[in-house]
Design a protein around this ligand. Structure first.
Ligand code: AMP
Length: 458
C-alpha cells in the first residue's frame, strides 16, 4: 500500500517521497481520506504512530487553495507543550518546503513581538499552546473567526495539565462550522465529553500502541535501597555499566526531582541536561538540542516535558522513579527503540515501588525481568503514610480515590506579566517554580518530622 491512493496532492506526495516514506502508517491510511473529505475525525492514537503526518499531510493539501488574511489564521493546531508544538512545526517545514505557506508558532516563554508581527502579516497554520494563544486573542492581536480547521492534539495530556477550560474557551472563539481533528491516546470520560462538544459526526479512527516499543525495547527492573542516595548510586552504576550504552533519557516523576538529579549527575561528572516545565523556553530548547546533537549524553526529564518527543537513536531509558500512572511507563519506554533501532529501558525499583510495578505489568500484559537480585522487601505501611499516597496504575484494581496523585501541571509562565483578569489565583499558584534544595543537602536530608520529639500516650 502506498500513499498515492489517499488523495494527497502531487506536491505533498513528492515531499513524502523525499522524506523516504513508502507506506502510510495505519492512522495515516485511515484518517487522511476523511480529513480530505472535510469530515471531523476522532483519532485515538499516541505518538509514535505517525499521527502528526496524519493531519499535517492532508492540511498541506487543503491549504494549497486560498490564502491567509491578516490576523486571521486559516488553521489552528493546539498542542499541550512547547516542544510538541515545535515538533509539529518541523513537520510543516519538512513536508511543506514547496508550499510557500506561513506557519507561526505561538508558545509561551518567548517574546511577544515576533509573534505579533507574524500574526499581523497573516498565517496559514497557527501552532499554539493554549495559554499564549488566549493571551494574544484577549489582546486583540488575533481573530480566530477565520479558522477553517482546528486540530486538538494530545487531548488527554491537555486534561492532565489543566488546559481543558482554556480549550473550551478557544472552542467558543472558532467558527461553529469549522472542521475538527481531535487526537488523544486514551479516552477517559472527561475527554469523551470534550470530544462530544467539539466534534460533529466524527469518523472514529483507533490504532493500537506502536508495536515497535514492545518489540525492540528490552525492559528490565533493577532493585535499589529505600533512600534517594541509593537510587542515585544505582543510576550511576547503570549508566557506567549498561551494555550498548550511548545516551539515555532519565525520567523522574516530579520536576523538582529532575532538577535535583540533574545537579547530582553533573556534580558526579556526567554530561547531563535537564528538561522540565519550570525552565524557560530557551533553556528547554538548548537542552533538547544538546541532547539531539549528542553533546549531552543524558537528558533528565519529567513526563510532561518529554511527552511525545521524537528523538532518534536513544539507546537507553532509565526510570529513576517508577511512574505513578502505568500508561506513562509505556510512553516513557517508547522514547527508545525507535525507527527500528533496539533500545533498553531500565526501571529502578525501591522497596515501596512494587505495587506500581505490578500495575505496569498488568497494563502491558508482560512480566518484566530483573537485572540482578529482585526487590525482595514489600512496602511497609508507614512508607505510604509518610508519602501520603498510595501507588498504582490507572487500570489497576484501585479505586480512583486510592490512586496516585494527579500530575503536577508543568506549565511554565506562558503569559505576559500584565494583569489578565481571567487568570485566577489557582493558575498562578500552579506556575510557581518549586524551590530546588541543594544536592549535597538532599543527599543527607533527614525529614524535619523525624527530628520532632515523640509523644507517647500514657
Ligand atoms: P509521530 O507519531 O507523529 O510522532 O511520528 C513518529 C515518527 O514516525 C516520526 O519520526 C515520523 O517522522 C515517522 N513517520 C511518520 N509517518 C511515517 C511513515 N509513513 N513511514 C515511516 N515513518 C513515518
Amino acid at each position: 500500500m502506498s500513499f498515492s491512493h489517499l488523495g494527497l496532492s502531487d506536491k505533498v506526495l513528492s515531499a513524502i517521497g523525499a522524506a523516504g516514506y513508502t507506506t502510510p502508517t495505519p492512522i495515516q491510511d485511515q484518517a487522511i481520506p476523511h480529513v480530505l473529505a472535510r469530515k471531523d475525525v476522532l483519532g485515538i492514537a499516541q505518538t509514535g504512530t505517525g499521527k502528526t503526518a496524519a493531519f499535517v499531510l492532508p492540511m498541506l493539501t487543503m491549504l494549497e487553495q486560498g490564502r491567509a488574511r491578516a490576523r486571521m489564521p486559516r488553521t489552528l493546531i493546539l498542542e499541550p507543550t512547547r516542544e510538541l508544538a515545535a515538533q509539529v512545526q518541523e513537520h510543516f517545514i519538512k513536508y511543506g518546503a514547496k508550499h510557500k505557506l506561513t506557519v507561526a508558532l505561538i508558545i509561551g516563554g518567548v517574546s511577544f513581538d515576533d509573534q505579533i508581527s507574524k500574526l499581523t502579516r497573516g498565517v496559514d497554520v497557527l501552532i499554539a499552546t493554549p495559554g499564549r494563544l488566549l493571551d494574544h486573542s484577549e489582546r486583540g492581536r488575533l481573530l480566530l473567526s477565520g479558522v477553517e480547521l482546528l486540530v486538538i492534539d494530545e487531548a488527554d495530556r491537555m486534561l492532565d495539565m489543566g488546559f481543558i477550560p482554556d480549550i473550551e474557551r478557544i472552542g467558543k472563539l472558532v467558527p461553529f462550522t469549522r472542521q475538527t481533528l481531535f487526537f488523544t491516546a486514551t479516552m477517559p470520560p472527561e475527554i469523551q465529553r470534550i470530544a462530544d462538544t467539539f466534534l460533529h459526526n466524527p469518523v472514529r479512527v483507533e490504532v493500537s500502541r506502536p508495536a515497535t516499543a514492545a518489540v525492540t525495547v528490552k525492559q528490565l527492573l533493577v532493585a535499589t535501597g529505600r533512600e534517594p542516595e541509593d537510587k542515585r548510586e544505582t543510576l550511576r552504576q547503570l549508566i557506567r555499566t549498561s551494555d550498548g550504552f550511548k545516551n539515555a533519557i532519565i525520567f523522574c516523576n516530579r520536576k523538582r526531582e529532575v532538577a535535583l538529579l540533574h545537579r547530582s549527575l553533573v556534580k558526579h561528572g556526567f554530561n547531563a541536561v535537564a528538561l522540565h516545565g519550570d525552565l524557560d523556553q530557551s533553556e528547554r530548547t538548548a537542552a533538547l538540542d544538546q541532547f539531539r546533537r549528542g553533546d549531552a549524553k543524558l537528558l533528565v526529564a519529567s513526563d510532561v516535558a518529554a511527552r511525545g518527543l521524537d528523538i532518534p537513536a536513544v539507546s537507553h531509558v532509565f526510570n529513576f522513579d517508577v511512574p505513578h500512572h502505568a500508561d506513562d511507563y509505556v510512553h516513557r519506554i517508547g522514547r527508545t527503540g525507535r525507527a527500528g533501532l533496539s533500545g533498553t529501558a531500565i526501571t529502578i525499583v525501591a522497596p515501596a515501588d512494587k505495587r506500581a510495578v505490578a500495575a505496569i505489568e498488568t497494563l502491558t500484559g508482560q512480566t518484566i525481568g530483573w537485572q540482578g537480585a529482585p526487590q525482595r522487601e514489600t512496602a511497609e505501611p508507614h512508607e505510604h503514610r509518610v508519602h501520603g499516597r498510595s501507588r498504582g496504575g490507572r487500570n489497576g484494581t484501585q479505586r480512583p480515590s486510592e490512586r496516585g496523585p494527579k500530575r503536577q501541571p508543568e506549565r511554565a509562565p506562558e503569559r505576559s506579566p500584565a494583569p489578565v483578569a481571567r487568570i485566577d489565583e489557582a493558575r498562578r499558584q500552579r506556575r510557581r517554580p518549586e524551590p530546588v534544595p541543594d544536592v549535597a543537602d538532599a543527599d543527607n536530608h533527614l525529614p524535619a518530622f523525624l527530628l520532632r520529639p515523640v509523644r507517647v500516650k500514657a
